[in-house]
Each structure stands twice: as C-alpha cells, then as structure tokens.
Write a protein that binds this ligand. Structure first.
Ligand code: PGA
Length: 243
C-alpha cells in the first residue's frame, strides 16, 4: 500500500506564499510517497499550475453536499474536481466544531465527492473530554459508521484519525494510543463494509519531522494528515520522506 501524506494548509498563506510552497514541494517530493496538498480554495488554481507535471496531487478542504445552486460561499465537489482536485478533506474537526457539521452531513459530502470522481479523506477523532471519560474508541466508531456512506471503498475513501486535542497543540497522541485507535478503526470500517477492508487510515494531530518517523512506522498507520508542519516546505518534505 503506497503511503499517503496530505498537507492541510487550512486558512493560511497569501497567493505568493502558496505558489512558492507548492513549487518547492513539487520539485522535491519523494517518488515513493503519494502526496496531496490542500490549499485554501482561493489558491487552488494557482497551486494546480505549480503542481502540473509533478506527482503531487491537489485536494480541497471541504465541499458542499449539493451539486450546484444557491449556496453562497460554498463550493461544490464538481467545482473542486474542475479546479484539478483529486481529493477532498471532509469532516475535519474544525468543520465539525466551527460549522456544526454532523456525521450525516459529512456522509452526504463524501457521496458528493465520490460522484465528482474524487477521493474523500474522512476525518474522525475524539475530544480531550471524550478521551478522559474513556469514550475515545466508541466516539470514533460512531463517527466512522455515520460518516462513511454506502458507496465508500478502498479506492475512493481514506480515513484520517485526528484526536481533536492533538491538533495544532504540538503534542501528538502517544504511539500506544495511535496504534490502538488505528487497529480499532480498521476493524470498524471492515465490519461497516467489505469494500472498506484494508482502507488507508492516516494519523493527524501535531505530526512534525521529529515524531513522524515513529508514528508512520506503526502498524495500521498508512500516512499522515499534516497541518502546521505542512506550511514549511522542508518540514513537510521531511515528513513525506519519513514514510
Ligand atoms: P496539525 O493539524 O498538524 O497542525 O496538528 C492537523 C490537522 O488539523 O489536519
């Protein structure tokens, strides 16, 4: 299975910064790792030009569940695909927390992404309170069951386990907790659908050059979803090379 490293640039970078970062990553990307960059939507087209001719793919950070119409400020899956995206991040915890996205909405977006021919990167993860209460595994299980619609298979869907408390904090989950959750998530998705047996499961939450090698070496970790460290070319490339 080819490992996958995804850079989630979130709401960062000016046009010039985005173009320079994409160019640097496209020039230096290791050939044996699949890489996807997810810039802010407004920079998708100029970043796509930088990635043209390289093996680095382009992704969106969200899409609307409906194909087109009166949804001011939203972006349809087909528009992302038309801009050159092969992937889209869906159900990120910042979307779930800041925009009230439910599992059912995430599932509808995943179907829209599939209809547009894109791979959905479906994010799940527990909060600090849920982990402290012993509910990490059941929380992620419920999110997985609710967020993965019937059309999901190993070709069109990637899961990203991102504990909410580890995102942007500098403190990743422990290796034992990551391994336990990835093993559980792997069982849940295969029980949910035969077509998801062997689905790639990424870890996200404070992945950096210093911890990437040991996280990515864990059984059941098939790559990383990287936020902060994806904004610096050398850091992101170091993570991609650590796979
Ligand atoms: P982080 O973000 O690497 O900055 O923790 C990860 C993410 O939110 O996808």
């Amino acid at each position: 299975m080819t490992p996958l490293v995804v850079g989630n640039w979130k709401m960062n970078l000016t046009a010039g910064e985005a173009i320079r970062l994409a160019g640097a990553i496209a020039r230096e990307a290791p050939a044996d790792t699949e890489i996807v960059l997810c810039p802010p939507a407004v920079w998708l087209v100029p970043v796509a030009s930088q990635l043209a001719g390289s093996a680095v793919a382009l992704g969106g950070q969200d899409c609307h569940q409906v194909g087109q119409g009166a949804h001011t400020g939203d972006i349809a899956a087909r528009q992302l695909a038309d801009a050159g995206c092969s992937h889209v991040i869906l159900g990120h915890s910042e979307r779930r927390a800041n925009h009230g996205e439910t599992d059912a909405q995430v599932a509808a977006k995943v179907s829209a992404a599939h209809d547009a021919g894109m791979v959905a990167i479906v994010c799940v993860g527990e909060t600090a309170d849920q982990r402290a209460g012993g509910d990490a595994l059941p929380t992620v299980e419920t999110q997985l069951r609710g967020s993965l619609p019937a059309g999901c298979d190993t070709g069109n869907t990637v899961v990203a386990y991102e504990p909410v408390w580890a995102i942007g904090t500098g403190a990743a989950a422990s290796l034992d907790d990551i391994a336990a959750m990835h093993s559980h998530a792997g069982s849940v998705v295969s029980a949910h659908s035969d077509r998801l047996a062997g689905c790639r499961i990424l870890y996200g939450g404070s992945v950096k050059p210093e911890n990437s090698r040991e996280i990515l070496a864990l059984d059941g970790v098939n790559g990383a979803l990287v936020g902060g460290a994806s904004l610096v070319a050398e850091d992101f490339l170091a993570i991609a090379r650590a796979v």
